[in-house]
Design a protein around this ligand. Sequence first.
Ligand code: BGC
Ligand code: BGC
Length: 823
Amino acid sequence: MRAARWCIATMLAGAAPLMAQAAGQTPPKGATASAVAHPETWPVLAMQRQRDPRVEARVDAVLKRMTIEDKVGQLLQVDIASITPADLETYKLGSILNGGNSAPNNDEFAPAAEWLKLFDRFYDASVKRSDSRPVIPVIWGTDAVHGANNIVGATLFPQNIGLGAMRDPALLRRIGAATAAETAATGIDWSFAPTVAVVQDDRWGRTYESYSEEPAVVASYAGAMVEGVQGRVGDDFMKPGHVISSVKHFLADGGTGGRDQGDARVSEATLREVHAAGYTTALPAGALTVMPSFSSWNGTKMTGNKSILTGVLKERWGFDGFAVGDWNAHGQVPGCTNEDCPAAINAGLDMFMYSGPGWKQLYANTLREAKDGTIPAARLDDAVRRILRVKVLAGTFDAGRPSSRPLAGKFDLLGSAEHRAIARQAVRQSLVLLKNQGGLLPLKASANVLVAGRGADDIGMQSGGWTLTWQGTGVTNANFPNGQSIWRGIDEAVRTGGGKATLAVDGRYTAKPDVAVVVFGETPYAEFSGDRPTLEYSPDDKSDLELLRKLKAAGVPTVAVFLSGRPMWVNPELNAADAFIAAWLPGSEGGGVADVLVGERDGRARNDFKGTLSFSWPKRLDQYTLNRRDAGYDPLFPFGYGLTYAKGGSVPRLDETRPAAAGGDQNALFVRGRLAPGARVVNDGAVTVTRIDRLAQEDSLRLAFAGAGSVALQQTQAIDVSREANGQLSLLVDYRVTGVPAGQVTLGMAGGKTARVPITGVLKAAGGDWAQLVVPLSCFADGGVGMGGVTRPAVIASTGPLGIDISGIRIASAPGPVTCGTR
Ligand code: BGC
Ligand code: BGC
């Protein structure tokens, strides 16, 4: 009875399953929790790329000669950290990829030539065949999401959120083409871009990968980007210099309530009208691949949702390219593991994206299932046909060795003057002027300018995640031979104009400057490690605000340049600055900021602001689901807002009241005096623990070791930090030494085993100021700690007397390069 009622509800309204779940009724076992009920209401898309009978004939000819082993091989894409070229001599796999942390020789800074060389080796192995079966070259996929961002020297374009502020599809097309050309220089034939998420909750760590909260903006961009990357159908489609694109993450990755890999609890109508927007232009433009999302729709994983993958994408929309999985996402489909998942293939996934040691198992399991009919022969052939079709259309069969391809080895394309000029134009156009009190901007080029703030001279910080490393952390300016920091750009412009610029990250000066530019904001993150509980900018560290206030108090007119991957609650910072620019994550061409900020000698503008918000800016820190179409829409700055020199405009003093932050974060182990949920402090031996004040009442711990002992954070339930470890995050401890260690001191972590890092030397050298210990989680993992079940995330042990205060313990990206050891 209950089952029947539930099914009827689903048919009547897409929102019904959500209501049923909210009421505590779970759908009956075996029922589809979120099948598209009305495919006929989804638009029919007019594809510009028609089926070409010659292509189909070639596909059929290859397919006919393939054994079932060959076919199953095509369904696998394996990360280069998990496979060697020699493996492809035996296993004829469809594709390889480099995940965000994978690179040739395990070196994220490997020169471009190494990428090309490695691809040649994989390619050669893939085409080596001594039998008469068809030769099908392997293809390599990469995340070229804001330029060819895995390659040292590449032009780094603004992240998508900044591009959204430009509202310039024509420029986007040129960015796509430049990115494709730089990718092709390394021989690589496929980019996992564009992301067409329509982000509705800005707490999500991938908000910056989204062009806009507004479906129309995403739709106006997606097709243009695909055309830039792949070329235009009927013109330069997949001609040299273009690469395969992948539209991602299908579908409603931006609707998951601010949680990475979360669940979009929305109606079918919202799925169709909001989240599908990008596909309605990307697919007609000829996108060759689509990446199903890690996330779910009303409880069902997209990667296993047949009604979406097959029903909507392939049948209703007529998509005839292939669906490539996200990183082991198939392993999250119920009943599946990373090494075994016929359900995803049967739902419509065509290629698994796999990372880990078990790809041979995935191959063997899939082969068995293809042989015993668990995966029907027709489905297998359909998947392989799609992959072959893309390979034929992309020219894979005729392109030859990667290094022999027209653009391969032309490494001067990486960061070429032409591409950098496009990126710099994009930076100029993406800046959004939020405030310009008293017309402080543009700055006179003849002025004496102080440039301050942590983001002023940091190309990594201005570029964000997916920059050389997955998280975008662990890089220095030296890793960007063709890049320019925002400071360098300002310095150049001011010097050219006869003025003088000085860099002082901490904002100190001897002679009072005419004006200060403070560059600050979010530090890089990717995916889940960027998820936040609220939109408050830097809740635990208000030093940027203090710097702005200090300059204001000293009577120095101040310009704030805010780097961020999302709109944030910055009312105090807005109040403390005379002018405020949302610069997003502009990438390698920091000079574009000065192009707009710094005027002529007499202060006339050289370039006016063009950017307007593609995301609504919050008035309160809990307005993370603020979107233009909301009933009772109440933003600080609405969608479309953006001041210009021509128009001007002023901002009144803003409310700085800060409501208590909501939501817990397991990685904030001890922050502002609060312990993470389920954590407590335990001690052992000759040590006492008391509470003291650092920034707020009793927000810190004072540890007094009279002799040997230890103090630990103990979790009631073990926490899983394997993704954090995989993502190269670190354990960060804010501390101050109050009594120099007399014995040996270690910082440890326990989960099954305990691993300890010696910190005696660091503590002895520390002096009495607040400092931070940074230990990469990988050090603990290498020491045998089970990252999937950490019971004591931080243990300080000493063999003798010691005094130490602790004001913060968290798992986060390290603010700079780290090695296994301590800093
Ligand atoms: C991300 C994708 C990316 C893939 C390969 C996944 O974790 O979600 O956006 O394309 O990894 O790096
Ligand atoms: C990879 C990324 C991937 C992520 C998924 C990382 O180790 O480098 O490409 O997106 O894992 O969690």
